[in-house]
Design a protein around this ligand. Structure first.
Ligand SMILES: Nc1ncnc2c1ncn2[C@@H]1O[C@H](COP(=O)(O)OP(=O)(O)OP(=O)(O)O)[C@@H](O)[C@H]1O
Ligand SMILES: [Mg+2]
Length: 247
């Protein structure tokens, strides 16, 4: 994966979310984990990388896909379809079963026929030990199971890149471990992942590369182990010492 940010800015009215990010990462990124204080710009950056919106100024280039203020909605939509995306809270359709939650977008968005969609959806559920829950609705599943269905849905069309915004924020520690295991499996199978999290134990376990965002700016980035063991900037040191303290 190649990720290049050039003067990337995002402003909502008077509110700055990203103040000009510059970054050039190349090679097998594996999993890129965004950390940093609340309001630092993690979700905004994920939305721009996922082509859910355009920046106010500057450019984000992910492999050959470019997102900039002049990119039109049609191109954004095409890129959006190519990625797998999961938001922070379970956004499954409540009236559909786990299986239908996966088959519906496969058929409607990705144009697979019904039988293929069903086979694929069963395969994804089985992969995450969810086969026996295929016919349950979200309300009949635990939070961890719902989130695993969400991940199964996000990868069912074999996205090049999986984008997860705080995939464990609504989960208790045991369920967090389940989701962590799923993400580990995906990493081992070569899936490229960009995710944000407030859980440093989780970040440390899954991150190949870490990007610390604070106040809409790149505070620091580097090899996962390195940023956690020896943060170079004072801002990252302060943030990590604060959040690691309570673990
Ligand atoms: N749609 C929006 N309209 C107005 N302001 C927004 C919008 N989205 C984000 N912001 C603002 O942009 C800044 C960055 O928000 P963002 O959601 O990217 O932070 P974050 O790092 O994901 O925070 P958290 O860790 O709490 O999820 C915040 O100050 C936020 O209030
Ligand atoms: Mg966020």
């Amino acid at each position: 994966m190649q990720l290049k940010l050039e003067g990337l800015q995002k402003r909502y009215g008077e509110q700055w979310a990203l103040r000009g990010l510059d970054l050039d990462l190349d090679g097998d990124l594996g999993s890129l984990v965004l950390i940093g204080p609340s309001g630092g710009g993690k979700s905004t950056l994920l939305r721009i990388l996922g082509s859910l919106e355009t920046p106010t100024a500057g450019t984000a280039t992910l492999d050959s896909q470019r997102n900039a203020p002049d990119v039109d909605e049609r191109s954004l939509r095409a890129v959006r379809r190519a990625h797998g995306y999961l938001f922070q809270s379970f956004n499954l359709f409540p009236h559909l079963s786990a299986l239908e939650n996966i088959t519906l977008p496969l058929e409607k968005v990705h144009g697979r026929d019904h039988d293929e969609a069903k086979e694929r959806a069963f395969g994804c559920l089985d992969r995450f030990q969810l086969a026996e829950h295929a016919h349950k609705r979200p309300a009949e599943l635990s939070g961890g199971q719902q989130q695993r269905v969400g991940i199964a849905r996000a990868i069912a069309h074999e996205p090049r890149l999986l984008i997860l915004d705080e995939p464990t924020s609504a989960l208790d520690p045991e369920m967090t471990a389940e989701v962590l295991e799923v993400i580990r499996q995906l990493r081992e199978s070569g899936q490229e992942i960009i995710l944000s999290t407030h859980e440093m134990g989780f970040a440390r376990a899954v991150a190949d590369h870490v990007l610390f965002l604070a106040d809409g700016q790149v505070g620091e980035h580097g090899d996962g182990a390195h940023v956690f063991e020896q943060p170079a900037t004072e801002a990252a040191q302060r943030f990590l010492s604060k959040v690691m303290h309570y673990r």
